[in-house]
Design a protein around this ligand. Structure first.
Ligand SMILES: Cc1cc2nc3c(=O)[nH]c(=O)nc-3n(C[C@H](O)[C@H](O)[C@H](O)COP(=O)(O)OP(=O)(O)OC[C@H]3O[C@@H](n4cnc5c(N)ncnc54)[C@H](O)[C@@H]3O)c2cc1C
Length: 492
């Protein structure tokens, strides 16, 4: 017991990307201390090196914090929100409260690690017990090393090594009661959630997000339950089909820590034990959680993952700077390739995009338009509700071929064949590109090849109603491959 604990000061939980009550070791530790608890969230856009959240993430954060406020209130607690530099504010609150102990869940971006280290050092020097916990990952990135002591650069051995570690512990239930400490008189002034200005107003573009999602812990739980009922049983076969509700859609909930990966893992493993899901499907799903782990492993060991090519040879790649018109066509879903356009419109409307279509749309930007992957990473960062510092960067680099264990650069997704294979009846395209809805399945992924009579019958006039392809995929592919050959010839 530290000096302050003996004096009976409150416990402080500093919440960040762990906006839940269940399986929340930092909160559990604060309650276990027996002291009244301050639950603090600091909205920090000021500390150096922190990447500002994108628009969709800001929207999500608002609703997630709102849900958390209600959850705390229901058990006798309170969420206190501050705005400013966390590295100053957290110690200031701890001091003003005479806190005995401070707890939080670990983060993995370099700038956040730096802030946490400084806060820990300061408060420990002042005699407080400061403890951090793993609540965001199944395995800590530093616990996995290759035989030579390096970090992993290839997924399969990484995941094998993870699975050989002791299994993550069982998730713990949410507390039923919490004794809230008074907000200390000398502490910095709190702000109301609305004052953070996280919601879009002029214009309010979030209608599609509201219709698609329920941010917060209860929403995450409901999603998991729906997935266990409807998706997991055929996950391995259907997960690549954007036209089917086959995947969990848990990613934004995981991103903001409304559910822990341990909870997701335990739930699907339980489904196998209860004969409610085949282990083949569950293993595939768990391996996808593994890709999330791998992305964090890469980020932890490569803090510049969102800015620098993981493979430096790509530094010499002759990217084209796309024109404003090209970029706008890609962003708005007006490329003339229906599967790409459906994905980009799904993203704009709902704040997400199916994984298979993310790969196709990213490949189109990088290979067909030959834009630097960072251009796409930025757009996804702004528009995805699950925009994640690890998975977004790692996935863009994967598609570009510049990443760890990446798809080779010469793998260029063909948007017509991909559409025909993974959206065979065009249901996904029809949802997001309604101007093509009446086209027969045969032409839905290549309307420009449809016979005039077919177009007429479907009431589609090209390019009046829908654009012609902005590039010829075959020629664009050749151009990309030639640029790659040039890079290789130059010794890259
Ligand atoms: C260009 C590109 C950008 C991406 N950006 C992000 C991002 O910012 N944030 C993000 O969470 N995912 C990102 N992904 C990965 C993936 O597309 C999403 O995690 C997935 O679509 C989320 O849907 P789901 O929850 O239904 O996934 P499910 O299929 O149900 O998978 C379960 C969970 O596993 C994780 N997961 C699944 N696939 C991947 C993957 N390839 N890489 C890392 N984690 C994975 C997610 O946390 C997901 O919720 C990106 C993929 C690409 C190709």
């Amino acid at each position: 017991m530290t000096k302050s604990e003996a004096q009976g000061g409150p416990a402080l939980v500093w919440l960040r990307d762990d906006l839940r009550l269940a399986d929340q070791p930092a909160l559990a530790a604060a309650i276990a201390s027996g002291a009244p608890v301050i639950c603090l969230y600091v909205f920090d856009e000021e500390s150096p090196g922190l990447r500002p959240l994108g628009g969709a993430s800001r929207w999500w954060l608002h609703h997630s914090l709102k849900a958390l406020e209600a959850s705390f209130a229901a058990i006798g607690g309170r969420l206190d929100i501050l705005r400013g530099r966390a590295g100053d504010l957290v110690p200031a609150v701890a001091r003003a409260a005479g806190a005995s102990c401070v707890f939080w869940t670990r983060r993995y971006e370099a700038a956040t690690i730096e802030i946490d280290k400084q806060v820990k050092a300061q408060l420990s020097d002042e005699g407080l017990r400061v403890e951090s916990f793993n609540g965001q990952l199944l395995f800590e990135p530093w616990t996995l090393r290759t035989k030579t002591g390096d970090f992993y650069k290839v997924f399969t051995p990484f995941w094998k090594a993870c699975l050989a570690l002791p299994a993550p512990g069982a998730p713990t239930p949410a507390p039923r009661k919490l004794a809230a400490a008074q907000w200390p008189a000398q502490a910095p002034e709190r702000v109301a959630l609305d004052a953070l200005g996280l919601l879009p107003t002029k214009p309010d573009w979030a209608g599609g997000l509201r219709a698609a999602w329920t941010p917060g812990e209860a929403g995450a739980k409901a999603r998991l339950a729906a997935f266990l009922d409807e998706g997991i049983g055929a996950y391995a076969d259907n997960r690549d089909r954007p036209d089917l509700p086959a995947t969990s859609r848990l990613s934004p909930h995981l991103r903001f820590g409304e559910i822990s990966p341990r909870q997701a893992l335990a739930a699907v493993r339980h489904a196998v034990d209860a004969d409610k899901a085949p282990s083949r499907d569950v293993d595939k799903f768990v391996a996808e959680l593994g890709w999330r782990e791998f992305s964090y492993h890469l980020l932890f060991h490569n803090p510049e993952l969102a800015r620098k090519n993981f493979q430096p040879r790509f530094d010499a790649f002759p990217w084209r700077a796309p024109s404003d018109a090209e970029l706008t066509a890609w962003r708005k879903g007006l490329t003339g390739y229906p599967i790409v356009d459906a994905g980009m419109r799904e993203l704009w409307l709902t704040g997400t995009m199916h994984n298979r279509v993310r790969m196709i749309a990213a490949s189109f930007l990088i290979k067909d338009l030959m834009a630097d992957w960072r251009v796409g990473e930025e757009w996804f960062w702004d528009t995805l509700c699950d925009a994640d510092p690890a998975s977004n960067a790692a996935s863009w680099q994967w598609v570009a071929g510049s990443g760890a264990d990446a798809a080779p650069y010469f793998r260029v997704f063909n948007p017509i064949l991909q559409g025909m294979k993974f959206d065979p009846a065009g249901a996904y395209v029809r949802t997001y590109v309604p101007e093509l809805a009446a086209l027969p399945d045969e032409w839905i992924h290549k309307p420009w090849e449809a016979p005039p009579l077919v177009l007429k019958a479907a009431n589609v006039a090209l390019p009046r109603d829908y654009p012609l392809p902005m590039v010829d995929h075959g020629k664009a592919r050749d151009r990309a491959l030639a640029a790659f050959a040039e890079l290789k010839a130059a010794g890259g």
